[in-house]
Design a binder for this molecule. Structure first.
Ligand SMILES: Cc1cc2nc3c(=O)[nH]c(=O)nc-3n(C[C@H](O)[C@H](O)[C@H](O)COP(=O)(O)O)c2cc1C
Length: 438
């Protein structure tokens, strides 16, 4: 059978240290802020023919969380990926920058710098941010819907800045003394609701083409934003049905916005706890969650849903009526909605709910098992038209990352769904677009 092309990405966030996993003897937790670890991983991913590496980002830290693990502490993703760029040649580099906290001018210059340094391999994971407003006191943290309107304006300004000093304006004509054609360099004079930016950008842009936009956040506002603007969506879809539904909706949304359905690629996060046997993989998963006692699980549930959960009954199955509307603003409506959907679909007891991966680990698609099992399941989701690719999030140990690169990816290649040697050397946008349209 002819298979659709699968876009393969690997997250360089140290998800393999999450939960209690950092306490394993072989976790290499001491190298959490050692750029060489990530560079070496990206080099192996490149050799295996992956399309891109990806680095998420947050800009806040709960000091108390540091007693239990690395939490949200992390170095700047674009600086890290700049080092990766210098040590690799082909692989795409997707960095995360929040439109709620960074000025568009800074975003445009940072992205174009990564694009130049990497020779056209940059991608922007555009997020509206989870938390961190107290670190950026000069502006309020808007409510979730307004953050997307701000993101829309930020993207518009970033794109205008990237056109404001086109690379073609450069003349660098030694004989006439003309460095650049100033007729082609234009201020953007943007006066909007959230930003006032004169421009132009202080760097000629566009030599390596357009920088693709990834988007994460699947509330109605998030989906609308993605349908209008995103080249790829980093999604949290724990079930095949959720993935297929989101992919279908995004593709329809793209069509309604005058784009082709295949202009938008749905790439769910795929949390992978991999080992040579099913029982070892299961042990890896359970070991990573041992720190979570009942009180911590309840606290996680309360935080995801934005409600108090103390009074929930323990003697019967739960349903949507047991969970009122949020009292507090939730961090991610996407995550809250996935947990509410799990409750409606499974009607779990409280004990079962406190075991659900959506509550204890993450809302991502989760595979705990052997590389063969992972490859089979990925192919099944691809063949069911539920995904266009994956962003692998290795869990439990660095061994999960190694097995993804060295066992799952070759199995996918044998199945005929990964990029051919011809696509090596292409920029990230072409690699995304190289996927066969359906
Ligand atoms: C899969 C996924 C990944 C995300 N990654 C990040 C991230 O790396 N950094 C960040 O600040 N926000 C991240 N977010 C948050 C989103 O950008 C967004 O702010 C949040 O989900 C609220 O939007 P929503 O209401 O559409 O869910 C992520 C959200 C999802 C669903």
């Amino acid at each position: 059978m002819t298979r659709r092309h699968l876009i393969a990405g690997l997250s360089l966030a140290s998800t393999w240290l999450s939960g209690s996993a950092w306490r394993r003897a072989d976790s290499q937790v001491e190298r959490h802020h050692d750029v060489d670890l990530y560079v070496a991983l990206a080099q192996r991913a490149e050799q295996a023919g992956l399309d891109f590496v990806f680095r998420p980002d947050t800009v806040f830290l709960d000091p108390l969380s540091q007693a239990q693990g690395p939490g949200t502490s992390a170095m700047d993703p674009t600086l890290l990926l700049t080092c990766v760029a210098r040590a690799t040649r082909h692989i795409g580099l997707v960095t995360t920058i929040s439109t709620s906290f960074q000025e568009p001018f800074h975003i445009a210059r940072t992205l174009e710098s990564l694009q130049l340094i990497s020779g056209g391999r940059a991608g922007w994971n555009l997020v509206t941010g989870l938390e961190g407003q107290d670190n950026f006191g000069h502006r309020p943290f808007l409510e979730a819907g307004a953050r997307y309107r701000q993101a829309e304006e930020s993207l518009q300004v970033v794109q205008a800045l990237l056109r404001s000093y086109p690379d073609q304006a450069l003349r660098q004509d030694r004989s006439s003394g003309l460095y650049a054609d100033t007729r082609a360099i234009r201020p953007i004079e943007h006066q909007g609701t959230y930003f006032q930016v004169r421009g132009p950008l202080s760097l000629p842009a566009g030599r390596h083409g357009r920088i693709p936009v990834f988007q994460a956040g699947a509330s109605e506002d998030g989906r609308g934003f993605a349908a209008r603007h995103a080249d790829a969506v980093f999604a949290a879809t724990p079930t095949l049905e959720a993935a297929r539904e989101l992919r279908t909706e995004l593709r329809q949304g793209a069509l309604q916005n005058g784009r082709a359905a295949h202009d938008i690629r749905m790439l769910p996060g795929l949390s992978l706890y991999l080992a040579d046997s099913q029982s070892e993989a299961q042990a890896l998963f359970e070991q990573a969650q041992v720190h979570l006692g009942r009180a911590q699980r309840l606290a996680k549930l309360a935080s995801i849903l934005g409600i108090a959960v103390d009074g929930l009954p323990t003697n019967r199955r739960l349903g949507p009526d047991d969970f009122p509307e949020p009292l507090l603003p939730v961090r991610s409506r996407t995550h809250a909605e996935l947990v509410r959907r799990h409750i409606a679909d499974h009607r779990p007891t409280l004990n079962a709910l406190l075991e659900a991966p959506e509550v204890v680990a993450s809302a991502h698609w989760q595979i705990v098992g052997t590389p063969e099992k992972a490859a089979e399941e990925i192919l099944a989701w691809l063949d069911a038209d539920a995904i266009d690719g994956v962003i692998a999030l290795p869990g439990g140990s660095l061994g999960s990352a190694e097995l993804f690169i060295h066992a799952v990816v070759p199995a996918l290649r044998s199945a005929g769904c990964l990029a051919t040697q011809d696509s090596v050397g292409l920029g990230l946008l072409q690699r995304l677009q190289g996927a066969r349209p359906t």
